[in-house]
Design a protein around this ligand. Sequence first.
Ligand code: FAD
Length: 466
Amino acid sequence: MKRVDVAVVGGGLAGLAAALWLADRGARVALVEKRRRLGGLTWSFEREGRWFDNGQHVFLRCCHAYRGFLARIGAVGDVVVQDRLRVPVLSPSGRRAVIARDRLPAPAHLARALLGYRHLSVADRLRLGPAAWALLRLDPEDPALDRESFGAWLARHHQRPQAVTELWDLIVRPTVNLPAEEASLAMAARVFRTGLLDQADAGDIGWASVPLGDLHGRRAATALQQAGVEVSLGGAVASLERARGGWQLGFADGSLLAAEAVVLAVPPGPAAALAPAGSLPAVERLGASPIVDVQLVLDRRVTEEPFFGAVGSPVQFVFDRTRAAGVDPGAGQVLAVSLSAADDWVGRRPEACVAEVRGGLEALIPRMARARVLDAVVTKEQQATIRARPGTAAARPHPGLVAPGLAVAGAWCQTGWPSTMEGAVRSGWEAAGQVLATLAGRAPSSRPSSVDADPLVGVSSQEEVR
Ligand SMILES: Cc1cc2nc3c(=O)[nH]c(=O)nc-3n(C[C@H](O)[C@H](O)[C@H](O)COP(=O)(O)OP(=O)(O)OC[C@H]3O[C@@H](n4cnc5c(N)ncnc54)[C@H](O)[C@@H]3O)c2cc1C
């Protein structure tokens, strides 16, 4: 039977981050992934010569762990980060607002954008400031915050329904993957404080300029190989048992792998099934929230914005994925419409999703009326994230050891962040650090230094859009 220091189960971002971190510190690591590819919930596929992602992924400048991971796998040049936060917000009425930050210290950097937010009445705009100020005084780590919904908190802070749907939901829905009325105040407070209000540049938005499968899967495969990690694809771990000197992993084909320690970086259901009984007691309370993406290949360009949000529309956020899809921008445009907290969309037939999105885009972008849809792709991820309602925080185990030599990791763990790429990498590093400390004869190790660094300094930024 093969024997390694650490077996990492799961090749999503948490598992990839953990495996690289351990290998970089001298551990003999094997990574086992049940699918035939790496990247977990971030993946791409080809259709008629064009590349599509399973769903648009964005990150913020404050996602230091994720950006450190990108730097580690050599993918910094494959993402774009805005110089300064700028989000155009369109509505079918033709009204347009731009949420952009000024060159002022936080939280004043957003004052002008909120006061000029034309989708709300002047009275509603004036009420935004005191609510933002109150958010700034919340401690996202305070367990009391997880007993209330963000929607209830907004109502107590004099935010009228129009302000909730046209502004607060615009931010909380794609980040927590729930609308304000259902989202935990703790998660919303984390997003608004860390992502927007504490530091002026924290909320600058970044995204991949290549397909996700290249950005994470392909790059990570090379990094793992260079780091000496043995990668095994296409075989699920079916059993996990304590053995002398560590753990024994069993596979469906009867083969076995022995490891001194294990990082279980799989989704909550499989983690609870594999971990010793009772070690992950509350994970079934985490629930799931879906994301649906509708991607249209058009015969012409209809917008010059790299992305925009929408209010009063079935469409939520729209991203230009032309280049990443491998399409010549002179010959057409590929738009990815991302629909978060998509409970109303997952049960619909793909043609119905496409028709509704197309209609929504026509109402937002005049040039859309003359465009021909050459192809349309609908992706539905039923379990995109946990369902971060009030009470969820207590059900999320902290990443790290749940039994001697056995650690869990994953975006669903309690990282203080919503289920995101940042949370996944943080959890992977945390689990890896705890596992390394338990390996015989090795000193406990600290977190990677890149978590505090700015690995994207000097990277090409989004071109100014006029
Ligand atoms: C459509 C969509 C859009 C999203 N948008 C964003 C975004 O904009 N920004 C953001 O930060 N996050 C976003 N997310 C969330 C983000 O993708 C996830 O939080 C993150 O990728 C999760 O990584 P993970 O490693 O924790 O889990 P996963 O990616 O789920 O990885 C777990 C891995 O374990 C494997 N596995 C399971 N069981 C076994 C087994 N028995 N044996 C071996 N392997 C096993 C699985 O195949 C999988 O590869 C989005 C997610 C989706 C689906």
